[in-house]
Design a protein around this ligand. Structure first.
Ligand SMILES: [Zn+2]
Length: 132
């Protein structure tokens, strides 16, 4: 990979990580607010429906899982920047093939070529189904 391309990915990854750090702190505030006194206060003013309880918990879980995804993304970005420093960036970590430029343009912090990413995703989906 050319140095100019590496510089370009480095800039994109740095910009992404700054944006995500901003997003993560906003989401954290939201998640804490939902667990605070305000939510339980408003619940006591209305009849206690299981459905209401359920949707509150569900929304909170969605927020928390978004947070988890963004934190995971941040970790991936930090790793990708490290790979740029080590000269390993742009190669699949499973099979060592060069990752297609279109793929790196779409997801600059990807670790895998398209074929290995697909296998990885199928494995992850099987894990999730197994835990249900
Ligand atoms: Zn691969």
């Amino acid at each position: 990979m050319k140095q100019a391309d590496l510089d370009r990915y480095h800039d994109r990854l740095t910009a992404l990580s700054h944006r995500l750090k901003g997003d993560v702190s906003t989401l954290e505030e939201g998640a804490y607010r939902q667990t605070g006194g305000e939510a339980s206060g408003s619940l006591s003013n209305m009849p206690l429906h299981m459905a209401d309880l359920g949707s509150d918990t569900f929304e909170q879980q969605v927020t928390l899982s978004l947070l988890e995804n963004e934190e995971t993304q941040l970790l991936e970005i930090t790793d990708a920047l490290e790979r740029i420093r080590q000269g390993k960036f742009g190669r699949c970590q499973v099979c060592g093939t060069e990752i297609a430029p279109e793929r790196l343009d779409a997801v600059p912090y990807t670790r895998y070529c398209a074929a290995c990413a697909r296998k990885e995703q199928e494995g992850a989906r099987a894990d999730r189904l197994g835990s249900l």
